[in-house]
Design a protein around this ligand. Structure first.
Ligand SMILES: [Zn+2]
Length: 67
């Protein structure tokens, strides 16, 4: 599962593996990685707008890395 998550900056991220809620720093930048404290699942920041952040689960397995 690797769907994108869109949330407002004043919302907490909810890990969709273990449902733990955690805060995203207000000053995150695109490409930054945030990690669920509980299960270690990693999410990459895909897009940052004025008050909306888009994240996507970081997939580190497989050969999808390109270069
Ligand atoms: Zn988690």
């Amino acid at each position: 599962m690797s769907e994108s998550v869109v949330l407002r900056k004043d919302e907490k991220m909810q890990c969709y593996d273990c449902d733990t809620e955690f805060e995203i720093p207000k000053d995150v930048v695109v490409g930054e990685i945030v990690t669920c404290h509980s299960c270690g699942l990693e999410f990459e920041i895909k897009q940052v707008e004025s008050d909306v952040i888009t994240l996507k689960e970081l997939i580190v397995e497989g050969e999808d890395w390109g270069e």
